[in-house]
Design a protein. Sequence first.
Length: 201
Amino acid sequence: MNSAVALDHLQQDALLRRVIEQTVLPAFVPSRRIYYDLLDSIVSQQLSVKVASVIFNRFCTLFPDNYPHPELVVALEPEQLRSVGLSGQKAGYLQNVAAFFLKNDLENHPWDTMSDAEIIDFLSQIKGVGEWTVQMLLMFTLERPDIFPIDDLGIQQAMIRLYGLTERGKALKKRMVALAEPWQPHRTLASRYLWRWKDTK
């Protein structure tokens, strides 16, 4: 991605330009570790970053080399997974991901030949993996440039504040989509700026 071109495009939105001018993004390198990041994303659901990090690190210590190899994850008893702070539901979801990996070899899957929508449909087959989770993978693992996670609470809060939005529910999402439409094809970068801006204000 040519960041200079993307920034020039995004700054045509006067309010977003203010966000960009006020915000410094940390360096970012996509991991390409679909399986590992998918497990991490599931642990992170509905938890603070700090708590999720502690639980995920404990989860990794269950394995000999601190890496949750899928054949070992599916072999664990639910009680072992719950012992590190995972709910029973999340423990099941992690084992679902591991089983899906063993069936589909996620690390060698031809992701670059698939569209964003195709990847969302493919990974959403896993029970416990929804659209938001796959969008995070598209943004941060595969570095897809035009992802707009409309259901993300942080993005909603940032846009409500920045644009003075008063809508809620479906009306809010419709307005957000309209506001973000001119950002295409760089909505991933715009979203990263909105998250960072919201957290540093």
